[in-house]
Design a protein. Structure first.
Length: 98
């Protein structure tokens, strides 16, 4: 599995020590990656690991960029966390599973 590669990739993107990340580390909830930063990370991830993001809906996993939004205060559905292991699974298969 590409777990160690993905862990190093995420650590490099956010500037942290890879040893601080676990397979269960969540991008939004644990690392605070959200909005445009999350979109850029996912685009870089897809390019780096040749992952087809067809079916990936950014709004299901992350909020908007900073600022007030009624969607953030009253979300219609809970956000679905993206973990390091989920990224590694996508890197392994080459496609995003919704």
């Amino acid at each position: 599995m590409k777990l160690s590669e993905v862990t190093r990739f995420v650590a490099g993107e956010i500037g942290c020590d890879p040893s601080k990340l676990t397979p269960a580390t969540r991008l939004l909830e644990d690392l605070g990656i959200d909005g445009d930063d999350a979109a850029e990370l996912m685009e870089s991830f897809a390019f780096r690991f040749a992952v087809d993001l067809t079916g990936y809906d950014h709004r299901r996993h992350f909020g908007p960029e900073a600022g007030w939004s009624p969607v953030v205060i009253h979300p219609s559905a809970p956000l679905i966390p993206i973990t390091i292991i989920r990224l590694a699974e996508a890197a392994e298969t080459g496609h995003w599973v919704t």
